[in-house]
Design a protein around this ligand. Structure first.
Ligand SMILES: *Cc1c(COP(=O)(O)O)cnc(C)c1O
Length: 363
């Protein structure tokens, strides 16, 4: 058959191991999943109530424009509704942007290593992918600028970067945007924005730079990954161009209701951020005590160089019922990426790592 030739080597997304599969395989009762940067505190309790009280008109198509959510979100962010695009997770927004702009002959610039979906989507569209190595875990913005030419359509910045957790300060992004040609779309992926403790006001950049789109999600701090709601913030002109590229009913009625409700509980968000910041400090202390290199993180995860084969370390942690992400497939073969869990969960991870590091056990 006449497949696009570039899709043949692609593999389906490899999700973190599921709790059920690890339970079965290792005959364990308790499993702690810290592999996909989900929120260990779950989601706002108000969401369950809203879902119970919602009218269940499931027979009808949902509101494809997600009007209620858009209104609530616009007022929360202090932007106009026509500056928002609601999508089936940020993953769909990445796909929509790529479909709208990329094709053979065009290219796109991104860091290596970063969130893998940018590259994946670009390959499917047949565009050239220009990757720029991170420097000490950070985006190398100057080299990224030199990789752009007339055929460059999109530049991706992941901030904080997954998997390193490193953060580009707003001033550096501003300096970068000033130098990017105004017909190149800059995508700023802020999936972890609500965890960031460094000062940042990236939304103000959308007023100054019409070629910027910010991506955010309800999957991370809002704890609603299963509902698949993400969104883009840009100029109304850019949103207008992207709207026809999304599926007509890309988000469903339950997801829209859950996200709208979650947005009104900012106390929950603040509390999760505070716990996360405190727990990150515990990891920093542990890494320093054991001389393990790590990147200070502005997300809800930390990439630790365990100085051993990452797959073996992840496998060892699995036998203890701890699911983390091996850095091997993320471009860091001796590191593990650990989602910041609750206090007791993090202590279990550190105890298990300590056993490895002090050579009490071999992976
Ligand atoms: C988790 C994540 C996403 C995907 O989020 P969804 O909204 O669940 O699709 C996007 N970008 C980064 C950097 C992420 O870590």
């Amino acid at each position: 058959m006449k497949w696009k030739k570039q899709i043949l080597p692609l593999r389906a997304y490899q999700p973190g191991k599921s709790i059920e599969s690890v339970k079965k395989q290792y005959h364990l009762e308790e499993i702690i999943k810290l592999a996909s940067n989900e929120n260990p505190y779950g989601y706002s309790p108000s969401v369950d109530q809203a879902l119970l009280n919602g009218d269940s008109s499931y027979t009808f198509y949902p509101d494809g424009s997600a009007a209620n959510l858009k209104t609530t979100l616009a007022s929360h962010l202090h932007v106009e509704e026509n500056q928002l695009l609601i999508t089936n997770g940020t993953d769909e927004l990445i796909q929509i942007i790529s479909r709208a702009m990329l094709e053979p002959g065009k290219n796109t610039v991104m860091a290596a290593c970063t969130f893998p979906q940018y590259k994946h989507a670009a390959i499917i569209e047949g565009a050239e992918v220009r990757e720029v190595e991170l420097v000490n875990g950070f985006h190398d913005l100057n080299t990224m600028l030199t990789k752009m030419d007339d055929q460059t359509a999109i530049v991706w910045l992941c901030n904080p970067n997954n998997p390193t957790g490193t953060y580009i300060p707003e001033e550096e992004i501003r300096r970068f945007l000033i130098q990017v040609p105004s017909d190149v779309l800059v995508v700023l992926d802020e999936a972890y924005q609500e965890y960031v403790t460094e000062s940042s006001n990236s939304l103000s950049l959308t007023q100054q730079f019409s070629n910027l789109i910010i991506m955010r999600t309800f999957s991370k701090i809002y704890g609603l990954a299963s509902f698949r709601i993400g969104y883009g913030i840009s100029t109304s002109t850019t949103i207008q161009c992207l709207e026809p590229v999304r599926l007509p009913f890309n988000t469903n009625v339950l997801g829209q209701l859950a996200a709208t409700t979650a947005l009104s509980d900012q106390d929950f968000v603040q509390s999760c951020r505070a716990h996360n910041t405190a727990e990150l400090q515990q990891y920093y202390g542990f890494c320093e005590e054991h001389s393990l290199p790590y990147f200070p993180s502005q997300g809800n995860f930390i990439l630790i160089n365990v100085k051993r084969d990452a797959d073996e370390v992840a496998e060892y942690l699995l036998t203890k019922g701890l699911i983390v992400r091996s850095g091997k497939s993320l471009g860091f073969p001796t590191s593990v990426r650990i989602t910041i869990g609750k206090k007791e969960q993090n202590e279990k991870v550190r105890n298990a790592l300590q056993e490895l590091i002090t050579e009490k056990v071999r992976p």
